[in-house]
Design a protein around this ligand. Structure first.
Ligand code: FAD
Length: 405
């Protein structure tokens, strides 16, 4: 079955791309996965002079990166106050800084290469739609103020004026957040990696990675590659090649709609319902809205099937905008799709060497929050492989060894 068709992949390049007609027989490093993590890793490996072949079972950006909500919101994956409770201030703050450094890295890459991926940093507001959310929004605003992290609290009147809806009780606005066309960033990073000498092979599925005398054998449906090192950049699907990560990275299905062009309402991103809904208006005035998985009994946890849309979630998404915004009544939905996130057991990504598997690395488990985390995950992995200390990294929080049995 074909995956559902995402707006971000309409007329996409690199869907059947192969740098060489045949799979190379050897590679210093094989990167598995052609989402933002995989292409970033290949790009940074080439920047460090390491030979690399990237294999992707679909076209480039065929997984979560080509199917997401288009937000790049640096910060912790959940509200800052929640992260402080979960990890303590030192780690929450380090993750906060890392994701801001990563977003800055994306901004610099886009500027350097003149990438037309609609990247803009106009901020984003996390809104309280229900009374029980309000104290949490306020708590996060206070926590961010305490650590000088730059959030701005909006009361109900400010929300009404800026969101054009009377339904929000309060919100926290983060000026450093942005939006983009995610797949176009992937294609641009891939283009630079290829220009620097990376071999990219799409429509090539890896079936197993086996340890041999000479290193690692990457078995694909098109033949084998002998590699010295392997990077698993397979996010939600990581457990298929690394079964011991079952339960450590869990697939969660998200669903997204895009509408026809609407009256211009916002130039910033918005989210509600504890982050379950996330939406924004594109430069062409189309609105991209994702979320509503809480309407299903499973909350869409445990499925990695992105070939169908879920009807209950679909109904919720179709009703959401007209329900909360008068100006959007009667707005037509043009396209709808699903994508699979990889939620890690402690909500932080796994970035680094795999325990007890010399030569194998993983960068996965971005927990629905990969756009401000992945570009420098690839950089960190590349630097580790090149024998350097990663420039930007949070060792205590990201190392896969924390999940070793
Ligand atoms: C609906 C949805 C909305 C989201 N919204 C946002 C958002 O607004 N902001 C944000 O920051 N994050 C968001 N995310 C999360 C974000 O998209 C991910 O964190 C990010 O894209 C992860 O990138 P990745 O390259 O690690 O994974 P992916 O993009 O999923 O790439 C992994 C790749 O590995 C390939 N692969 C898997 N197994 C194999 C194999 N055996 N052989 C070869 N290739 C293989 C897959 O085909 C896939 O292309 C959302 C995700 C979804 C699904």
């Amino acid at each position: 079955m074909e995956p559902t068709k995402s707006f971000w992949l309409n007329n996409a390049p690199y869907q059947d791309y192969r740098s060489t007609p045949d799979l190379p027989q050897t590679a210093e490093v094989v990167v598995i996965g052609g989402g933002i993590t995989g292409v970033s890793t290949a790009y940074w490996l080439r920047k460090n002079g390491v030979e690399v072949t990237l294999v992707e079972r679909r076209g480039l950006s065929g997984g979560a990166t080509g199917r997401n909500g288009g937000h790049i919101s640096p910060g912790t994956g959940e509200r800052f106050s929640e992260s402080v409770k979960r990890y303590g201030i030192a780690i929450a703050r380090a993750v906060w800084d890392y994701s801001h450094q990563t977003a800055e890295g994306v901004r610099a890459f886009v500027a350097e290469h003149g990438v037309a991926c609609e990247l803009r940093f106009n901020g984003s507001v996390s809104l309280a739609l229900h009374p029980e959310e309000l104290p949490l929004v306020q708590e996060s605003a206070e926590e961010m103020a305490k650590y000088n992290l730059g959030g701005e609290y909006w009361d109900a009147a400010t929300c009404a004026e800026r969101t054009r809806s009377e339904d929000f009780l309060g919100g926290i606005y983060r000026p450093t957040a942005g939006q983009l066309w995610p797949a176009k960033l992937v294609f641009a990073v891939a283009e630079q990696a290829i220009r620097l000498g990376a071999n990219v092979q799409t429509q090539t599925a890896v079936q197993a990675v086996e340890r041999t005398d000479g290193g690692l054998t990457v078995k694909t449906d098109r033949g084998e590659i002998q590699a010295q090192q392997v990077v698993h950049a397979t996010n939600a699907w990581t457990r298929h090649l690394l079964p011991f990560l079952e339960g450590k990275i869990t697939p969660v299905r998200g669903q997204v709609i895009v509408t026809e062009p609407a009256p211009r309402l916002w130039n910033f991103g918005l989210s509600t319902n504890f982050g379950y809904e996330y939406f924004m208006q594109r430069p062409d005035r189309r609105i991209v809205l994702g979320g509503m998985r809480w309407l299903t009994p499973s909350i869409e946890v445990g499925t990695d099937d992105d070939t169908v849309v879920e009807p209950t979630v679909s109904k919720g998404l179709h009703e959401f905008l007209p329900l909360h915004f008068h100006d959007l009544r009667g707005l037509r939905v043009e396209q709808e799709w699903t994508g699979i996130m990889g939620f890690s057991a402690d909500r932080n990504p796994l970035i680094g060497p795999l325990p007890d598997r010399p030569g194998e690395y993983v960068a996965a488990g971005f927990t629905g929050h990969g756009m401000p985390m992945t570009f420098y995950a690839g950089k960190a992995i590349a630097e580790m492989i090149a024998g350097k200390e990663p420039e930007f990294f949070v060792p205590e929080a990201f190392l896969p060894a924390r999940f070793a049995d």
